[in-house]
Design a protein around this ligand. Structure first.
Ligand SMILES: [Zn+2]
Length: 349
């Protein structure tokens, strides 16, 4: 499958995220570095890589605490006792999940190993609160917790909460292919039969964001394009939590990498600096600047929203012209800036 950027920010950010996932796992793919990524992997193989990456991002101790919460959910007394005990003697897993995930590239093996480690870490304290645990049960819960990370990206993507163990992943794979109509064609890649887009198949579905769709009444998506959309959060710079994120978007993979890689946003200066420095470089190389968008995401699964800041080439040119003054605004006059933002009264100085 060749994923080609379309100019639709959601789709393109998914492709950029997918490229980052392939890089993370050192997987082979073809690309011109700018406008396409080509892979011979099937959607289900890509899905597993995405779940593995999301699992790795969470870290082993996230799963340990989720697991304890699940097992102790209806055991009030034991839970109280458990919390008291771990306050005195914290339990944790010393496991480099990133290394494990990269080595195994198999959710089955990663979960087996992780379950073993978590079992060892919790065995003693669970005995003290008289709660039985076994590795099989831990594995089952871990399958749920790992695959359900997809639901943070697409609401109810894997909605079958009665699925257990490995079948949770199988259900997610089935969801990719469910309701495909052989008589339709994907609006994005224009290659494969597809299904109608809804909130559980695309990040921000059309009902919420008509303006950014291709002005078509019905939009369809195929399993390949749907799975790449699940990689979208890999393109974000998160703002110190897992809900608020920013990305600088331009339909060009190389630009997105240069604009977003290593972006740590503690204040607006870093964002402005990143844009200005890179655009200065581009101006030197190509004697021109191009539009870009800064997109801010609030990823509340019930009520997600987006803010767009469009920087046209004209605005970028002007930003470059006043870059020295801007730098002063973010450093020397920083307090004035915040004064203005907070009080809406204009500059103090
Ligand atoms: Zn497609």
């Amino acid at each position: 499958m060749r994923y080609v950027l379309t100019g639709n920010f959601q789709y393109d950010l998914g492709i950029y995220g997918l490229k980052k996932i392939f890089d993370f796992f050192d997987e082979e793919y073809k690309t011109d570095g700018k406008f396409y990524v080509e892979t011979d992997k099937k959607p289900e193989e890509i899905l597993e890589l995405i779940v593995l990456k999301l699992t790795s991002d969470k870290g082993a101790n996230y799963f340990l605490s989720k697991l304890a919460d699940t097992i102790l959910k209806d055991k009030k007394e034991a839970k109280k006792e458990y919390e008291k005990l771990i306050k005195e003697n914290p339990v944790y897993v010393e496991l480099d999940l990133e290394k494990l995930v990269k080595k195994e590239k198999s959710l089955d093996k990663v979960i087996e190993f992780l379950a073993e480690e978590i079992f060892k870490a919790l065995e003693k304290v669970f005995k003290q609160v008289s709660v039985q645990i076994n590795k099989g049960e831990i594995e089952e819960i871990l399958w749920n917790k790992a695959v359900n990370l997809l639901n943070n990206i697409l609401l109810n993507f894997q909605a079958n909460m009665s699925a257990k163990g490995k079948s949770v992943l199988e259900k997610a794979v089935q969801k990719l292919y469910k309701d495909i109509d052989e008589n339709t064609i994907c609006s994005f890649c224009e290659q494969n039969p597809a299904k109608r887009i809804t909130r559980d198949t695309f990040f921000f579905a059309p009902a919420q964001f008509n303006a950014f769709w291709f002005n078509e009444p019905s939009i369809f998506i195929c399993p390949y394009c749907l799975v790449s959309n699940l990689a979208i959060t890999q393109s974000f710079a998160f703002l110190g939590n897992e809900v608020d994120a920013v990305v600088i978007y331009r339909p060009n993979l190389e630009d997105m990498r240069n604009l977003n890689e290593g972006l740590k946003i503690t204040d607006i200066r870093e964002l402005a600096k990143k844009v200005i420095d890179y655009e200065k470089l581009l101006l030197k190389q190509e004697a021109t600047t191009k539009d870009l968008q800064i997109i801010e995401f609030h990823l509340d699964p019930q009520n997600p929203h987006l803010e767009f800041y469009m920087l046209t080439d004209e605005i970028i040119d002007n930003l470059l012209k006043i870059s020295n003054e801007l730098e002063k605004l973010y450093t020397t006059y920083k307090d004035s800036l915040w004064g203005q933002v907070k009080e809406k009264k204009g500059y103090k100085s």
